[in-house]
Design a protein around this ligand. Structure first.
Ligand code: ADP
Length: 398
Protein backbone atom coordinates (compact mmCIF):
# COMPACT_ATOMS: atom_id res chain seq x y z
CA UNK A 1 0.00 0.00 0.00
CA UNK A 2 1.88 3.10 -1.14
CA UNK A 3 0.73 6.62 -0.46
CA UNK A 4 0.72 9.02 -3.42
CA UNK A 5 -0.23 12.55 -2.40
CA UNK A 6 -0.69 14.69 -5.52
CA UNK A 7 -0.82 18.47 -5.33
CA UNK A 8 -3.12 20.23 -7.80
CA UNK A 9 -2.43 23.91 -8.51
CA UNK A 10 -4.83 26.33 -10.13
CA UNK A 11 -3.66 29.93 -10.17
CA UNK A 12 -5.63 33.05 -11.02
CA UNK A 13 -4.83 36.74 -11.18
CA UNK A 14 -5.31 37.34 -7.45
CA UNK A 15 -5.40 33.84 -5.99
CA UNK A 16 -3.67 30.47 -5.89
CA UNK A 17 -6.02 27.56 -5.26
CA UNK A 18 -4.63 24.17 -4.38
CA UNK A 19 -5.68 20.73 -3.23
CA UNK A 20 -3.87 17.58 -2.19
CA UNK A 21 -5.34 14.21 -3.21
CA UNK A 22 -4.38 10.74 -2.08
CA UNK A 23 -3.98 8.95 -5.40
CA UNK A 24 -2.18 5.75 -4.36
CA UNK A 25 -3.70 2.33 -5.12
CA UNK A 26 -6.33 3.74 -7.46
CA UNK A 27 -7.74 6.01 -4.74
CA UNK A 28 -8.88 9.56 -5.51
CA UNK A 29 -9.47 11.01 -2.07
CA UNK A 30 -9.17 14.71 -1.31
CA UNK A 31 -6.99 15.18 1.77
CA UNK A 32 -6.77 18.95 1.95
CA UNK A 33 -7.66 22.00 -0.02
CA UNK A 34 -6.72 25.60 0.38
CA UNK A 35 -6.18 28.98 -1.20
CA UNK A 36 -4.17 32.13 -0.95
CA UNK A 37 -6.43 34.96 -1.97
CA UNK A 38 -6.02 38.72 -2.23
CA UNK A 39 -2.56 38.72 -3.84
CA UNK A 40 -1.40 42.32 -4.16
CA UNK A 41 -3.18 43.46 -0.99
CA UNK A 42 -2.21 43.98 2.66
CA UNK A 43 -5.05 41.85 3.91
CA UNK A 44 -4.86 38.57 2.07
CA UNK A 45 -6.40 35.29 3.10
CA UNK A 46 -4.61 31.97 3.50
CA UNK A 47 -6.56 28.92 4.53
CA UNK A 48 -6.31 25.16 4.42
CA UNK A 49 -9.22 22.83 5.16
CA UNK A 50 -9.32 19.10 5.65
CA UNK A 51 -11.67 16.87 3.67
CA UNK A 52 -14.43 17.41 6.22
CA UNK A 53 -14.20 21.16 5.79
CA UNK A 54 -12.46 21.89 9.12
CA UNK A 55 -10.14 24.89 8.82
CA UNK A 56 -6.62 23.87 9.82
CA UNK A 57 -5.00 27.11 8.70
CA UNK A 58 -6.82 30.43 8.72
CA UNK A 59 -4.60 33.49 8.35
CA UNK A 60 -4.82 37.04 7.02
CA UNK A 61 -1.26 37.72 5.83
CA UNK A 62 -0.02 40.67 3.80
CA UNK A 63 0.39 39.39 0.24
CA UNK A 64 2.46 41.97 -1.62
CA UNK A 65 3.10 39.63 -4.53
CA UNK A 66 2.69 36.14 -5.94
CA UNK A 67 6.08 34.97 -4.64
CA UNK A 68 5.03 35.59 -1.03
CA UNK A 69 1.70 33.89 -1.68
CA UNK A 70 3.17 30.73 -3.20
CA UNK A 71 5.89 30.53 -0.52
CA UNK A 72 3.10 30.26 2.09
CA UNK A 73 1.70 27.23 0.26
CA UNK A 74 5.13 25.60 -0.14
CA UNK A 75 6.08 26.24 3.50
CA UNK A 76 2.81 24.76 4.76
CA UNK A 77 3.18 21.64 2.61
CA UNK A 78 6.79 21.20 3.80
CA UNK A 79 5.94 21.77 7.47
CA UNK A 80 5.18 18.15 8.23
CA UNK A 81 1.62 19.05 9.26
CA UNK A 82 0.34 17.86 5.87
CA UNK A 83 1.35 14.98 3.62
CA UNK A 84 4.14 16.25 1.38
CA UNK A 85 3.22 15.92 -2.31
CA UNK A 86 5.12 13.44 -4.48
CA UNK A 87 3.88 15.01 -7.73
CA UNK A 88 2.30 18.28 -8.81
CA UNK A 89 -0.31 18.90 -11.51
CA UNK A 90 -0.60 22.40 -12.96
CA UNK A 91 -3.70 23.54 -14.80
CA UNK A 92 -2.74 25.44 -17.97
CA UNK A 93 -5.18 27.22 -20.29
CA UNK A 94 -3.04 26.97 -23.44
CA UNK A 95 0.47 25.79 -24.23
CA UNK A 96 0.34 27.11 -27.78
CA UNK A 97 0.52 25.13 -31.00
CA UNK A 98 3.53 23.02 -30.08
CA UNK A 99 2.44 21.93 -26.60
CA UNK A 100 -0.75 19.96 -27.10
CA UNK A 101 -0.10 16.97 -24.84
CA UNK A 102 -0.23 16.82 -21.05
CA UNK A 103 3.34 16.10 -19.97
CA UNK A 104 6.13 16.48 -17.45
CA UNK A 105 7.33 20.05 -16.98
CA UNK A 106 10.94 21.00 -17.67
CA UNK A 107 12.45 24.51 -17.66
CA UNK A 108 12.62 24.29 -21.49
CA UNK A 109 8.94 23.38 -21.73
CA UNK A 110 8.03 26.40 -19.57
CA UNK A 111 10.01 28.69 -21.89
CA UNK A 112 8.26 27.17 -24.90
CA UNK A 113 4.77 27.66 -23.43
CA UNK A 114 5.68 31.18 -22.34
CA UNK A 115 6.58 32.06 -25.94
CA UNK A 116 2.89 31.55 -26.75
CA UNK A 117 1.58 33.91 -24.08
CA UNK A 118 -0.53 35.64 -26.74
CA UNK A 119 -2.73 32.50 -26.87
CA UNK A 120 -3.92 33.04 -23.28
CA UNK A 121 -2.56 36.46 -22.33
CA UNK A 122 -4.40 36.74 -19.01
CA UNK A 123 -3.50 33.24 -17.81
CA UNK A 124 -0.12 32.16 -19.17
CA UNK A 125 2.15 34.65 -17.34
CA UNK A 126 0.69 33.57 -14.00
CA UNK A 127 0.81 29.85 -14.76
CA UNK A 128 4.43 29.84 -15.95
CA UNK A 129 5.47 31.88 -12.92
CA UNK A 130 3.95 29.32 -10.57
CA UNK A 131 5.53 26.44 -12.55
CA UNK A 132 9.01 27.94 -12.16
CA UNK A 133 8.41 28.54 -8.45
CA UNK A 134 7.12 24.99 -8.00
CA UNK A 135 10.23 23.52 -9.65
CA UNK A 136 12.36 25.65 -7.32
CA UNK A 137 10.45 25.17 -4.06
CA UNK A 138 9.59 21.46 -4.53
CA UNK A 139 12.91 20.21 -5.91
CA UNK A 140 13.03 16.65 -7.17
CA UNK A 141 9.26 16.25 -7.43
CA UNK A 142 7.82 15.73 -10.91
CA UNK A 143 5.57 18.55 -12.11
CA UNK A 144 3.06 18.01 -14.91
CA UNK A 145 1.17 20.42 -17.13
CA UNK A 146 -2.48 19.54 -17.70
CA UNK A 147 -3.91 21.56 -20.56
CA UNK A 148 -7.40 22.94 -21.05
CA UNK A 149 -6.84 22.59 -24.79
CA UNK A 150 -6.23 18.83 -24.51
CA UNK A 151 -9.92 17.88 -24.54
CA UNK A 152 -10.45 19.95 -27.70
CA UNK A 153 -7.71 18.23 -29.71
CA UNK A 154 -10.34 16.03 -31.41
CA UNK A 155 -12.04 18.96 -33.17
CA UNK A 156 -11.98 18.57 -36.95
CA UNK A 157 -10.04 20.98 -39.14
CA UNK A 158 -13.19 22.60 -40.45
CA UNK A 159 -13.80 23.76 -36.87
CA UNK A 160 -10.25 24.67 -35.87
CA UNK A 161 -9.13 26.39 -39.05
CA UNK A 162 -9.63 30.16 -39.06
CA UNK A 163 -10.48 31.99 -42.28
CA UNK A 164 -7.23 34.00 -42.33
CA UNK A 165 -4.24 34.23 -44.69
CA UNK A 166 -1.97 31.19 -44.46
CA UNK A 167 1.03 33.00 -42.98
CA UNK A 168 -0.94 33.56 -39.76
CA UNK A 169 -2.34 30.05 -39.71
CA UNK A 170 1.28 28.86 -39.99
CA UNK A 171 2.03 30.76 -36.76
CA UNK A 172 -0.47 28.56 -34.96
CA UNK A 173 -3.47 30.88 -35.14
CA UNK A 174 -6.53 28.61 -34.98
CA UNK A 175 -9.31 27.53 -32.64
CA UNK A 176 -7.99 25.82 -29.49
CA UNK A 177 -10.87 26.32 -27.06
CA UNK A 178 -10.62 26.48 -23.27
CA UNK A 179 -12.31 25.04 -20.14
CA UNK A 180 -11.30 21.63 -21.52
CA UNK A 181 -10.55 20.14 -18.11
CA UNK A 182 -14.07 21.05 -16.99
CA UNK A 183 -15.59 19.46 -20.12
CA UNK A 184 -13.46 16.38 -19.68
CA UNK A 185 -14.71 16.11 -16.10
CA UNK A 186 -18.35 16.27 -17.18
CA UNK A 187 -17.83 13.46 -19.71
CA UNK A 188 -15.95 11.52 -17.02
CA UNK A 189 -18.82 11.92 -14.55
CA UNK A 190 -21.38 10.80 -17.14
CA UNK A 191 -19.55 7.52 -17.76
CA UNK A 192 -20.43 4.81 -18.57
CA UNK A 193 -23.57 6.25 -20.19
CA UNK A 194 -22.12 9.22 -22.03
CA UNK A 195 -24.87 10.48 -24.35
CA UNK A 196 -24.00 10.34 -28.05
CA UNK A 197 -25.00 13.95 -28.67
CA UNK A 198 -24.09 16.19 -25.77
CA UNK A 199 -23.85 19.95 -25.27
CA UNK A 200 -22.14 21.30 -22.16
CA UNK A 201 -22.38 24.98 -21.19
CA UNK A 202 -19.61 26.01 -18.80
CA UNK A 203 -20.95 29.31 -17.49
CA UNK A 204 -18.62 30.94 -15.00
CA UNK A 205 -16.86 34.28 -14.99
CA UNK A 206 -15.44 33.04 -18.25
CA UNK A 207 -18.13 31.25 -20.24
CA UNK A 208 -17.98 28.76 -23.06
CA UNK A 209 -20.02 25.99 -24.61
CA UNK A 210 -19.03 22.74 -26.33
CA UNK A 211 -20.63 20.23 -28.68
CA UNK A 212 -19.47 16.73 -27.77
CA UNK A 213 -20.11 13.63 -29.88
CA UNK A 214 -19.49 10.17 -28.43
CA UNK A 215 -17.54 11.76 -25.58
CA UNK A 216 -15.18 13.62 -27.92
CA UNK A 217 -15.13 17.35 -28.55
CA UNK A 218 -16.61 18.30 -31.91
CA UNK A 219 -16.75 22.07 -31.47
CA UNK A 220 -16.27 24.68 -28.78
CA UNK A 221 -17.05 28.36 -28.61
CA UNK A 222 -13.73 29.81 -27.42
CA UNK A 223 -11.20 30.35 -30.18
CA UNK A 224 -7.50 31.17 -30.24
CA UNK A 225 -7.93 32.74 -26.81
CA UNK A 226 -10.60 32.62 -24.08
CA UNK A 227 -11.81 36.05 -25.29
CA UNK A 228 -13.68 34.45 -28.19
CA UNK A 229 -17.02 32.65 -28.17
CA UNK A 230 -19.98 33.64 -26.04
CA UNK A 231 -20.11 36.90 -24.11
CA UNK A 232 -18.79 36.44 -20.57
CA UNK A 233 -18.09 38.44 -17.39
CA UNK A 234 -15.62 40.91 -18.85
CA UNK A 235 -14.99 39.58 -22.38
CA UNK A 236 -16.61 40.43 -25.67
CA UNK A 237 -16.84 36.91 -27.04
CA UNK A 238 -17.06 36.67 -30.84
CA UNK A 239 -17.49 40.09 -32.38
CA UNK A 240 -17.29 41.73 -35.80
CA UNK A 241 -13.53 42.27 -36.35
CA UNK A 242 -14.44 45.73 -37.63
CA UNK A 243 -15.44 46.68 -34.09
CA UNK A 244 -11.97 45.85 -32.80
CA UNK A 245 -10.40 47.79 -35.67
CA UNK A 246 -12.61 50.78 -34.92
CA UNK A 247 -11.58 50.73 -31.25
CA UNK A 248 -7.92 50.17 -32.15
CA UNK A 249 -7.88 53.21 -34.43
CA UNK A 250 -9.43 55.33 -31.66
CA UNK A 251 -6.86 54.08 -29.16
CA UNK A 252 -4.01 54.59 -31.65
CA UNK A 253 -4.81 58.31 -31.87
CA UNK A 254 -3.28 58.81 -28.41
CA UNK A 255 -1.26 55.65 -27.71
CA UNK A 256 2.50 55.94 -27.23
CA UNK A 257 3.36 52.94 -29.35
CA UNK A 258 1.78 50.18 -31.41
CA UNK A 259 2.32 47.68 -28.63
CA UNK A 260 0.76 50.01 -26.04
CA UNK A 261 -2.26 50.35 -28.34
CA UNK A 262 -2.51 46.56 -28.64
CA UNK A 263 -2.34 46.20 -24.85
CA UNK A 264 -5.09 48.76 -24.42
CA UNK A 265 -7.25 46.98 -26.97
CA UNK A 266 -6.69 43.73 -25.10
CA UNK A 267 -7.83 45.37 -21.87
CA UNK A 268 -10.96 46.67 -23.58
CA UNK A 269 -11.86 43.31 -25.15
CA UNK A 270 -10.92 41.08 -22.20
CA UNK A 271 -11.43 43.10 -19.05
CA UNK A 272 -13.89 45.90 -19.75
CA UNK A 273 -16.40 44.26 -22.08
CA UNK A 274 -18.97 41.48 -21.68
CA UNK A 275 -21.51 41.64 -18.85
CA UNK A 276 -19.47 44.39 -17.19
CA UNK A 277 -19.26 46.53 -20.32
CA UNK A 278 -22.94 46.28 -21.17
CA UNK A 279 -24.28 46.64 -17.62
CA UNK A 280 -21.75 49.36 -16.65
CA UNK A 281 -22.14 47.79 -13.23
CA UNK A 282 -20.57 44.37 -12.63
CA UNK A 283 -19.31 41.17 -14.19
CA UNK A 284 -20.85 39.18 -11.35
CA UNK A 285 -24.18 37.52 -12.10
CA UNK A 286 -25.38 37.91 -8.50
CA UNK A 287 -24.95 41.71 -8.67
CA UNK A 288 -26.71 41.78 -12.04
CA UNK A 289 -29.67 39.76 -10.76
CA UNK A 290 -30.00 42.12 -7.77
CA UNK A 291 -29.86 45.12 -10.12
CA UNK A 292 -32.50 43.62 -12.41
CA UNK A 293 -34.81 43.19 -9.42
CA UNK A 294 -34.28 46.89 -8.69
CA UNK A 295 -35.28 47.76 -12.27
CA UNK A 296 -31.83 48.39 -13.77
CA UNK A 297 -32.33 48.31 -17.57
CA UNK A 298 -28.62 48.02 -18.44
CA UNK A 299 -28.22 44.98 -16.19
CA UNK A 300 -31.29 43.50 -17.88
CA UNK A 301 -29.76 44.09 -21.32
CA UNK A 302 -26.43 42.54 -20.30
CA UNK A 303 -28.05 39.38 -18.98
CA UNK A 304 -30.40 39.20 -21.99
CA UNK A 305 -27.39 39.36 -24.31
CA UNK A 306 -25.75 36.59 -22.32
CA UNK A 307 -28.71 34.18 -22.33
CA UNK A 308 -29.66 35.03 -25.95
CA UNK A 309 -26.13 34.30 -27.17
CA UNK A 310 -26.03 30.98 -25.36
CA UNK A 311 -29.43 29.94 -26.71
CA UNK A 312 -28.27 30.79 -30.24
CA UNK A 313 -25.11 28.77 -29.75
CA UNK A 314 -27.05 25.79 -28.44
CA UNK A 315 -29.19 25.95 -31.58
CA UNK A 316 -26.15 25.90 -33.84
CA UNK A 317 -24.63 22.99 -31.96
CA UNK A 318 -27.84 20.97 -32.22
CA UNK A 319 -27.56 21.49 -35.98
CA UNK A 320 -23.91 20.48 -35.92
CA UNK A 321 -24.53 17.36 -33.83
CA UNK A 322 -27.61 16.44 -35.89
CA UNK A 323 -29.80 16.38 -32.78
CA UNK A 324 -29.30 16.40 -29.04
CA UNK A 325 -29.58 13.85 -26.22
CA UNK A 326 -28.40 15.89 -23.25
CA UNK A 327 -27.65 19.47 -22.25
CA UNK A 328 -25.47 20.01 -19.16
CA UNK A 329 -25.01 23.28 -17.26
CA UNK A 330 -21.86 23.76 -15.20
CA UNK A 331 -19.68 26.59 -13.79
CA UNK A 332 -20.71 29.15 -11.16
CA UNK A 333 -23.64 30.55 -13.17
CA UNK A 334 -24.59 27.17 -14.70
CA UNK A 335 -24.77 25.57 -11.26
CA UNK A 336 -26.34 28.39 -9.29
CA UNK A 337 -28.23 30.87 -11.43
CA UNK A 338 -31.66 29.34 -11.74
CA UNK A 339 -32.95 32.30 -13.76
CA UNK A 340 -30.18 32.08 -16.37
CA UNK A 341 -30.93 28.40 -17.01
CA UNK A 342 -34.64 29.16 -17.32
CA UNK A 343 -34.06 32.12 -19.64
CA UNK A 344 -31.62 30.21 -21.88
CA UNK A 345 -33.99 27.27 -22.26
CA UNK A 346 -37.23 29.30 -22.52
CA UNK A 347 -37.15 29.45 -26.33
CA UNK A 348 -35.61 26.04 -26.99
CA UNK A 349 -38.75 23.91 -26.82
CA UNK A 350 -38.64 23.41 -30.59
CA UNK A 351 -35.26 21.70 -30.10
CA UNK A 352 -36.77 19.34 -27.53
CA UNK A 353 -35.33 21.18 -24.53
CA UNK A 354 -38.03 21.57 -21.87
CA UNK A 355 -37.15 22.49 -18.28
CA UNK A 356 -39.25 21.58 -15.27
CA UNK A 357 -39.50 24.84 -13.27
CA UNK A 358 -39.71 23.01 -9.95
CA UNK A 359 -36.73 20.75 -10.68
CA UNK A 360 -34.80 23.75 -12.01
CA UNK A 361 -35.32 25.59 -8.72
CA UNK A 362 -32.11 24.15 -7.35
CA UNK A 363 -28.41 24.83 -6.88
CA UNK A 364 -25.85 22.13 -7.61
CA UNK A 365 -26.14 18.68 -9.15
CA UNK A 366 -29.65 17.92 -10.44
CA UNK A 367 -31.83 16.65 -13.27
CA UNK A 368 -33.81 19.73 -14.32
CA UNK A 369 -35.63 18.74 -17.53
CA UNK A 370 -39.36 18.00 -17.56
CA UNK A 371 -40.43 14.35 -17.43
CA UNK A 372 -41.56 14.46 -21.08
CA UNK A 373 -38.62 16.55 -22.38
CA UNK A 374 -37.01 14.82 -25.40
CA UNK A 375 -33.64 16.21 -24.28
CA UNK A 376 -32.34 15.51 -20.78
CA UNK A 377 -31.07 18.64 -19.05
CA UNK A 378 -28.76 18.33 -16.07
CA UNK A 379 -26.66 20.44 -13.76
CA UNK A 380 -23.29 18.86 -12.99
CA UNK A 381 -20.54 20.67 -11.10
CA UNK A 382 -17.13 20.23 -12.73
CA UNK A 383 -14.53 17.97 -11.10
CA UNK A 384 -11.42 19.52 -12.59
CA UNK A 385 -9.04 18.48 -9.81
CA UNK A 386 -9.99 14.86 -10.28
CA UNK A 387 -9.15 15.02 -13.99
CA UNK A 388 -5.80 16.66 -13.23
CA UNK A 389 -4.98 13.95 -10.68
CA UNK A 390 -5.99 11.23 -13.17
CA UNK A 391 -3.64 12.65 -15.81
CA UNK A 392 -0.79 13.04 -13.30
CA UNK A 393 -1.12 9.43 -12.17
CA UNK A 394 -1.27 8.24 -15.78
CA UNK A 395 1.80 10.27 -16.74
CA UNK A 396 3.75 9.10 -13.68
CA UNK A 397 3.15 5.55 -14.82
CA UNK A 398 4.30 6.35 -18.32
P1 ADP B 1 -14.62 31.36 -12.66
O1 ADP B 1 -14.78 31.39 -14.16
O2 ADP B 1 -13.90 32.55 -12.13
O3 ADP B 1 -14.17 30.03 -12.12
P2 ADP B 1 -17.13 30.64 -11.41
O4 ADP B 1 -17.33 29.35 -12.11
O5 ADP B 1 -16.83 30.63 -9.95
O6 ADP B 1 -16.10 31.59 -12.14
O7 ADP B 1 -18.47 31.50 -11.64
C1 ADP B 1 -18.59 32.83 -11.22
C2 ADP B 1 -19.95 33.32 -11.63
O8 ADP B 1 -20.94 32.50 -10.98
C3 ADP B 1 -20.23 34.76 -11.21
O9 ADP B 1 -20.88 35.46 -12.25
C4 ADP B 1 -21.17 34.58 -10.04
O10 ADP B 1 -22.06 35.66 -9.90
C5 ADP B 1 -21.94 33.35 -10.44
N1 ADP B 1 -22.59 32.76 -9.26
C6 ADP B 1 -22.00 32.14 -8.21
N2 ADP B 1 -22.92 31.82 -7.27
C7 ADP B 1 -24.11 32.27 -7.74
C8 ADP B 1 -25.46 32.26 -7.24
N3 ADP B 1 -25.75 31.73 -6.06
N4 ADP B 1 -26.42 32.80 -8.02
C9 ADP B 1 -26.12 33.34 -9.22
N5 ADP B 1 -24.90 33.39 -9.74
C10 ADP B 1 -23.90 32.87 -9.02
Amino acid sequence: MSSLPVLVLNSGSSSIKFAVYEAGNGERRKLHEGAVDGIGTDLGKFWIKDAEGNKLVDQTPALPNRAVAFALVADALHSGDFPAPVAIGHRMVSGGPTVQENQRITPELIDEMESYTAFAPLHTPIAVYIMREALRLFPGIPNFVILDTYFHRTMPEVVTHMPIPPEYAAMGVRRYGAHGISYESIVYQLQPDVPRKLIVAHLGNGASISAIRDGKCLDTSMGLTPTGGIISGTRTGDIDPGVLLFILRKIAETAESASAAADQLETVASKKAGLLGVSELSNDMRDLRDAIKAGNAKARLAVDKFTWTIAKWIGSYVAELGGLDMLVFTGGIGENDIASRAEICAGLGALGIVLDPVRNNVRGEALISAENSPVTVRVIPPAEDLIIVNHVVRLMGA
